[in-house]
Write a protein that binds this ligand. Structure first.
Ligand SMILES: Nc1ncnc2c1ncn2[C@@H]1O[C@H](COP(=O)(O)OP(=O)(O)OP(=O)(O)O)[C@@H](O)[C@H]1O
Length: 246
């Protein structure tokens, strides 16, 4: 059975057509990247999969179940970390994890496991307000992992991080991948992130899938990397005013 099935999903905000007929299917344990430039529709798509937004039409199934009929069950099998996850600056790292753990009826032991997993040991007594961007992202990932989710959604987990912090986070995710127990959907506009972490890459632009598949299936002699592939698909340059757009 597929872990996730998205069937012909549409979503508009007034006259903005954010998602226009997207379909794909994901197997258990796959690491999947939704890759595309700003405004492509990635967050809208992922928020519909997370049950936070409702599609205008089409169907989304997680483990064969939909959000309308199985909300409680689906909440218990997913983990999510939002683009702007906010924590109280006045709680320590440990207190934050203990608080979120309590929402899942989990105890301090799980909070401690997560501190170790995310490499935040030296920061356990630090106030969240004093953490660096990378440490905060690791905490957000840790919170998303508390309930040992079968499906994990990460929305731009490394946006704004320096290269070292990005590598730290990738290493945590690679360990998770090796355990083969979690299916990961991440949105990103960093092609290196998609290339180094994900088995399955879905390239989205203007609300539609341009191409999807395994990295090696997507590339050929004309498109030797995702950068070149995106240009060949859209005619758009990936860099504008020196900023990487993909
Ligand atoms: N709540 C909303 N109201 C109106 N328009 C919205 C809303 N949410 C998203 N949009 C629009 O839908 C389109 C897709 O946005 P979305 O956030 O899904 O893109 P994205 O690929 O995640 O971009 P980014 O990489 O910048 O996060 C954009 O044109 C955006 O302005």
């Amino acid at each position: 059975m597929f872990q996730i099935e998205v069937k012909d999903v549409y979503k508009s905000f007034k006259d903005v057509h954010a998602v226009k007929g997207i379909s794909f299917a994901i197997h258990p344990g796959e690491f999947v990247a939704l890759l595309g430039p700003n405004g492509a529709g990635k967050t809208t798509m992922v928020e519909m999969m997370e049950g936070l937004k409702k599609p205008d039409s089409g169907e989304i199934l997680l483990q064969g179940k939909n959000w309308q009929k199985n909300e409680k069950e689906l909440r218990s099998i997913i983990g999510l970390s939002l683009q702007e996850t906010r924590f109280s600056d006045k709680l320590t790292v440990f207190e934050t994890l203990r608080l979120f753990a309590s929402f899942f009826r989990l105890g301090e032991e799980r909070a401690n496991e997560i501190i170790e997993l995310t490499g935040l040991d030296s920061k356990r007594k630090s106030m969240v307000g004093t953490l660096s961007g990378g440490q905060r992202q690791r905490l957000a990932l840790g919170v998303a992992l508390l309930n040992t989710p079968q499906i994990l959604f990460l929305d731009e987990p490394t946006t704004g991080l320096d290269p070292n912090s990005r590598l730290d986070l990738w290493n945590i995710l690679k360990e998770l991948k090796d355990s083969r127990e979690t299916t990961l959907i991440l949105t990103t506009h960093y092609m290196e992130e998609a290339e180094s972490l994900c088995d399955h890459i879905i390239i989205i632009d203007e609300g539609e899938i341009l191409k999807e598949g395994k990295l090696e299936e997507l590339l050929d002699e004309n498109s030797r990397n995702l950068d070149e592939l995106f240009i060949s698909l859209t005619g758009k340059a990936l860099r504008e005013n020196g900023n990487v757009m993909l």
